[in-house]
Design a protein around this ligand. Sequence first.
Ligand code: C2E
Ligand code: MG
Ligand code: MG
Ligand code: MG
Length: 292
Amino acid sequence: RAKQAGRDTFRFFTAQMNTDVLNRLELEVALRKAFENEEFVLHYQPKVLLASGRITGLEALLRWERPGHGLVSPALFIPMLEETGLIVGVGSWVIATACRQIGQWLQSPIGAVSVSVNVAGRQFLEGDVQSDVVTALEVNGVPAELLELELTESSMMANVEKTISTLQSLKRLGVKISIDDFGTGYSSLAYLRRFPIDMLKIDIAFIREVTSNPDDAAIALAILSMAHSLKLQVVAEGVETSAQVAFLIRHHCDQIQGYFFSRPLAASAVEQLLLEDLRLRLPPGPLPQKTL
Ligand code: C2E
Ligand code: MG
Ligand code: MG
Ligand code: MG
């Protein structure tokens, strides 16, 4: 009987494993086609400066308009893009597309908008992010100051020396650098200071219960205090409630990003927000052609 059960268990796992392998294969094939068929698109989520209540920049977030599946979240396909190395090509496309968008806004009544782009670890090590950035800025006539790169702690730690030297050349161009998902890796801020960074994004994991969980509040406060003494700006990710906003204002967080203000939006929708935001900054009347 035990033998029988063992055999059934074995068979069950084999079938399950086959399904997983097939699903993964199917996903990989679909992702390769997606790139060729131009099914990727960028959405943009505003970051708000707490001191002014105004939009201070946008984060570009990758979306996959998969036929028959709707809009697919990056959580479901970025890991596969990384595993297969497809992230290198898709990542260059993201940088080029974000810069083209910044260039278009620059030529419109919206004017100068700063946009951050997520860069994957493998893309940073195997691709040529430096030349992707230089080309994209040049082709679109975009000042480097309007582009920001977001890297996670773990991708920075994958090859410390190469990362530091690439980031230094990007910094010399004028590009801004952020550490994304801060607090979820195992590195200390003191160590990360070796990298030329401007900004630190507190991971949503610590923000979610920041007003109800004393441990999370303590971590958020420690990050804010240490970051500020190192002259780094701090963005809180995943801010959804006014209680979180009040907490973050009280503790001098610089910027917030989250559903409380806006979800990530298609370019045309975020344009409406940017135009409204612009009207709030200017005296009443028609928008001047060249602004900011
Ligand atoms: P991330 O860079 O930390 O981006 C923030 C994520 O939090 C986004 O998820 C955003 O939609 C979500 N978010 C924003 N505000 C809130 C909120 O108030 N509540 C909640 N629950 N979530 C919020 P998204 O767009 O699904 O992206 C997930 C991750 O995928 C990103 O995390 C980033 O690591 C990766 N990713 C997205 N686009 C790209 C890309 O172009 N290249 C690379 N390499 N990775 C990307
Ligand atoms: Mg990010
Ligand atoms: Mg993040
Ligand atoms: Mg994240």
